[in-house]
Design a protein around this ligand. Structure first.
Ligand SMILES: Cc1cc2nc3c(=O)[nH]c(=O)nc-3n(C[C@H](O)[C@H](O)[C@H](O)COP(=O)(O)OP(=O)(O)OC[C@H]3O[C@@H](n4cnc5c(N)ncnc54)[C@H](O)[C@@H]3O)c2cc1C
Length: 223
């Protein structure tokens, strides 16, 4: 089962971002800004303003670390294409994979495709196990494992990169599994701070138009 759990985050994320943004426009020292009483509304107002202006570097001061489990290797490959992040992924050189393969719903709901899927992954798994018994090391036997093989990964991203990734992967046209992972990530961030979680939106929402060739209709196409 696909699961996303927030392991850790920068303490007082809203106040940290507010302090970073306010420092740019204030004669006060950042440590003073950090300690001075300010309403939540004022912090949100300033952060909303700098985000709208594209002054996104202030969001880099806040990090989130997620434990992501049960995703397919197809999904983790897409995730790790996002380079401004830190990753620690379960190694197929050392760990035998679980047989709980990730199955897309288009296959699951189709009797014949479902049958083909299970026969194929079971065949792959049998081949993998047989190779291990023949003395083939895990790092080589894994070459017969399918994209549906589950994996676990720990990911740390700052809020700026999370916003960027959400912009691409929460898009209606993104692939279902990574879109689902980003929805779970957004849910975790919202638990920490609803305002910050709401910054994680498909990029058309921020742009006001759809930059994709084929639009889902959430926002109009440019022009
Ligand atoms: C719908 C969709 C379809 C895709 N299809 C394909 C595909 O068919 N084939 C394929 O190979 N990939 C595909 N990708 C992956 C895509 O090309 C990117 O590799 C991936 O989305 C990572 O995003 P990124 O490069 O914007 O940003 P990240 O790696 O998340 O980096 C964030 C930002 O930092 C900056 N940055 C990071 N590294 C550098 C650098 N070295 N130099 C300059 N600036 C940098 C850029 O501004 C970048 O946007 C697809 C992605 C999506 C969302």
């Amino acid at each position: 089962m696909i699961n996303v759990t927030l392991l850790a985050h920068t303490p007082q994320p809203l106040r940290v971002i507010y302090t970073a943004a306010k420092t740019c426009y204030s004669g006060a020292k950042p440590e003073t800004i950090f300690q001075t009483a300010v309403t939540r509304q004022a912090m949100e107002h300033l952060i909303r303003k700098v985000v709208e202006r594209g002054h996104h570097s202030v969001l880099e001061h806040v990090n989130f670390t997620f434990a992501i489990s049960g995703i397919s290797r197809a999904c983790s490959h897409q995730l790790v294409r996002h380079r401004v992040a830190s990753y620690s992924q379960q190694s197929q050189r050392y760990v035998e994979p679980s047989a709980e393969f990730v199955i897309p719903h288009t296959i699951r709901k189709h009797d014949k495709a479902n049958d083909i899927f299970y026969k194929t992954v079971e065949h792959c798994m049998t081949a993998y196990k047989e190779m291990l018994t023949l003395g083939i090391p895990k790092e080589d036997a894994r070459f017969v494992l399918p994209n549906a093989t589950p994996t676990n990964i720990v990911v740390t991203m700052n809020l700026r990169e999370l916003m960027h990734v959400a912009g691409l992967r929460l898009c209606a046209r993104a692939q279902w599994e990574i879109k689902f992972v980003l929805a779970l990530i957004k849910r975790e961030v919202k638990k920490v701070d609803k305002f910050l979680g709401e910054l994680l939106v498909p990029r058309c929402v921020r742009l006001g138009y759809c930059p994709e060739e084929v639009s889902c209709g959430l926002r109009p196409k440019k022009g």
